[in-house]
Design a binder for this molecule. Sequence first.
Ligand SMILES: NC(=[NH2+])NCCC[C@H](N)C(=O)O
Ligand SMILES: [Mn+2]
Ligand SMILES: [Mn+2]
Length: 300
Amino acid sequence: MKKKNISVIGVPMDLGQMRRGVDMGPSAIRYAGLLERLEAIGHTVTDLGDIQIDQPERVHTADTNLRNLDAVVKGSTALADQVKKVKTDGDFPLILGGDHSIAIGSLAGISSNYENLGVIWYDAHGDLNTGDTSPSGNIHGMPLAVSLGIGHEDLVNIHDYTPKVKPENIVIIGARSLDEGERVLIKEKGIRVYTMHEVDRMGMTKVMEESIEYLKGRTDGVHLSLDLDGLDPNDAPGVGTPVIGGISYRESHLAMEMLAEADILTSAEFVEVNPILDEKNKTATVAVALAGSLFGEKLL
Ligand SMILES: NC(=[NH2+])NCCC[C@H](N)C(=O)O
Ligand SMILES: [Mn+2]
Ligand SMILES: [Mn+2]
């Protein structure tokens, strides 16, 4: 893989859901040795530090059931600004969450650079809810819908344009928990989804071969949004919304290695690491190991 200039951005965001601790994700991932690991491969790594996130009282904004909407909009905008700067410099943004609501800001900062940005959504969930379909009001269950231009106007219009992604440029991998409204949206928009059924049936090799082939043919850049709850909770226990029966540690390494070989990624994020729910920083350590594979680390 080509050597990259990687800019690391931490986003200590926990307002997109209700379990405290996920704001410490960026520290936990850095502590697990991310920067050293990527430098050892030969990349140039710059740590841009953390985006500042407000810590408001946990109240609903008056006219919406979206929890902490205003603070999420503010944090997402600040992240989008920073990501856009990194893209303008021609560097590779590597964003550390924080809950998955941060993908709203990541994609807002990235997508204006592309005609057809591809997105790989590696996740147990679809994160395709809106205020109307969400069972929880948690914005971390909405970022993919928001990026499609579907959802609250304050979220879809971050950086003054919408949509950020086209449905046909998205591939979801690892899904095993979808709400009714999300199922409807997937069918209506024709979004490509490899659920755990396909991962089991086809094997990760085929899933990744197909996904890479598909995105290569139609996109001019690809963002990886990796929710650690895409992995099985045995391998990644430190997440707020674990779902049993997930992608294994080994399958995940294979997926990352195949992405490295294809060298199609132009940005990436690792989200939902919650050190308080973790076992001795295992999940952050897994995130760093996967990042190693994603950026071309090889044993021999
Ligand atoms: N990024 C995540 N972990 N999302 C979990 C979402 C769970 C559920 N679908 C919801 O909307 O509340
Ligand atoms: Mn998830
Ligand atoms: Mn998610």
